[in-house]
Write a protein that binds this ligand. Structure first.
Ligand code: FES
Ligand code: FE
Length: 444
């Protein structure tokens, strides 16, 4: 199954096995699958690029990727967000080499062709002698075919025919609104990045709904008093898992109490939020929210929790965005953004940053637990034995034979919502079904 020809057979098996809640573990470490994903998943879906607050001023730029394709995320002189292909129209060199900065132009390091922040070619060295015939209007940097923003979250797509971003997010907007519309979020510092020997799907699936791993996988962090009192049972909370047909999934811890919770943000910070932008139902869910996490298909996940980096320090509402960037079969790079409410004090933002670093960063207490486990999955997934024996992983939790997991009867939001959300695999199956469906789409 490692050859490109083998993928059809492997994917047929995947289709059959998913119906029974199984998945061949080989898809988590397989060259042909990886190559197909670059085109069918990352080439044909909306992919997260960055947050608008990362490039507030004209000329601010960041290097970003759609799958493995290099782009420049830049605010042009008119204040518009652009996502430009980072490759010179002369010989293809990357024109933007630094991770971030502010510039009025991008000058190619190879022969010096120069582009504006909206991609127009405005300088060709020795043009009169060398390139008199060149139509510079036709040689601007290529733009990502589609770029749209949802309350500060900028996505781009390589496929010009994808539906609108809002349609793609679908019912997920009902949930996303609580984090990015209710609250004006701001990125604090730079995204941290680190490479890991793990397939991008493993963490995407984990954040889609693997709440089952917390008591075991994160026992040491929980015992040390790091992280959230809602996830660790100090406050009584119910966990609902919400699987959306469009492939996005969320897990919401809801705390029944007269005291508002709002992911651990204190009242003076909550005062600056915008209840008028939410429906009453959304507001009520936000009010009761302890930890919330989820995955926007394909590779953007987030967690919003009352966290701390040390047990003696007060916990603060910590919002972390993470992107699982494919880097090769069984390889990814984690990108991790820490966000805080724009209206909060500088001191509070600093605490959010510390808390984000202490929980979900390269050295975060929760992060290192997960990474060690995910590396192990990847090693086994790439084995000859797993391929020969068609070894599978199990996604039947909460089904008890043919019975569907119990639904929440009066949940106010969209999607399928499950009681005992930590003890079903429905979110994870939703992720893999979407992945499977996308893998069936021929590259356009
Ligand atoms: Fe960019 Fe030649 S490759 S100027
Ligand atoms: Fe984890």
């Amino acid at each position: 199954n490692r050859s490109p020809e083998g993928i059809e057979t492997l994917m047929e098996t995947v289709g059959e096995q998913l119906e029974d809640g199984q998945l061949p573990v080989s898809v988590l470490h397989n060259e042909a699958v990886y190559e197909a994903e670059r085109r069918r998943i990352f080439g044909q879906n909306w992919v997260f690029i960055g947050h608008e607050t990362e490039i507030p001023e004209p000329g601010d730029y960041r290097q970003r990727y759609i799958g493995t394709d290099p782009f420049i995320f830049v605010r042009d002189e008119d204040g518009d967000v652009q996502v430009l292909f980072n490759s010179c129209r002369h010989r293809g060199s990357k024109v933007c080499r630094s991770e971030k900065g502010n510039s009025s132009h991008f000058r190619c390091p190879y022969h010096g062709w120069t582009y504006t922040t909206s991609g127009e070619l405005v300088g060709v060295p020795q043009q009169r002698n060398a390139y008199q015939h060149l139509d510079t209007d036709e040689h601007g940097l290529h733009e990502a075919p589609r770029v749209e923003s949802y309350h500060g979250l900028v996505f781009a797509a390589l496929d010009p025919d994808v539906p609108s971003l809002e349609a793609y997010l679908g019912d997920a907007t009902w949930y996303l609104d609580m984090y990015v519309k209710f609250i004006d979020m701001e990125v604090i510092g730079d995204p941290h990045r680190w490479e890991v020997e793990t397939d991008w799907k493993t963490p995407a699936e984990n954040f889609a709904g693997d709440n089952y791993h917390i008591p075991m996988g994160h026992k040491s962090a929980i015992d040390a008093g790091i992280g959230s009192d809602t996830a660790t049972g100090e406050k009584q909370s119910d966990l609902y898992a919400i699987a959306d047909a469009s492939g996005h999934s969320f897990s919401l811890y809801q705390i029944e109490s007269d005291d508002p919770n709002f992911w651990g943000h204190p009242p003076e910070v909550v005062d600056g939020f915008h209840p008028e932008r939410l429906s009453e139902d959304q507001y009520e869910v936000a009010r009761k929210s302890g930890v919330t996490l989820g995955t926007i298909f394909p590779n953007l996940s987030f967690i919003h929790l009352g966290g701390t980096n040390a047990p003696e320090k007060e916990s603060v509402g910590t919002f972390v965005l993470r992107q699982w960037q494919p880097k090769g079969p069984g390889q990814m790079e984690v990108w991790n953004w820490i966000l805080a409410p724009e209206n909060a004090s500088e001191e509070y933002k600093e605490r959010v940053y510390e808390s984000g670093m202490g929980t979900f960063s390269a050295s975060g207490n929760f992060e290192v637990d997960d990474i060690a486990i995910w590396n192990g999955i990847t090693e086994a997934a790439g084995s000859v034995f797993a391929e020969q024996q068609a070894a599978t992983t199990n996604f039947t939790m909460g089904r008890f034979g043919d019975a569907a997991p119990e639904r929440v009867p009066d949940w106010p939001g969209p999607g399928e919502t499950y009681v005992h959300g930590g003890l079903t695999d429905e979110n994870q199956l939703t992720f893999y079904r979407s992945w499977y469906d996308a893998m069936q789409e021929e590259p356009r």
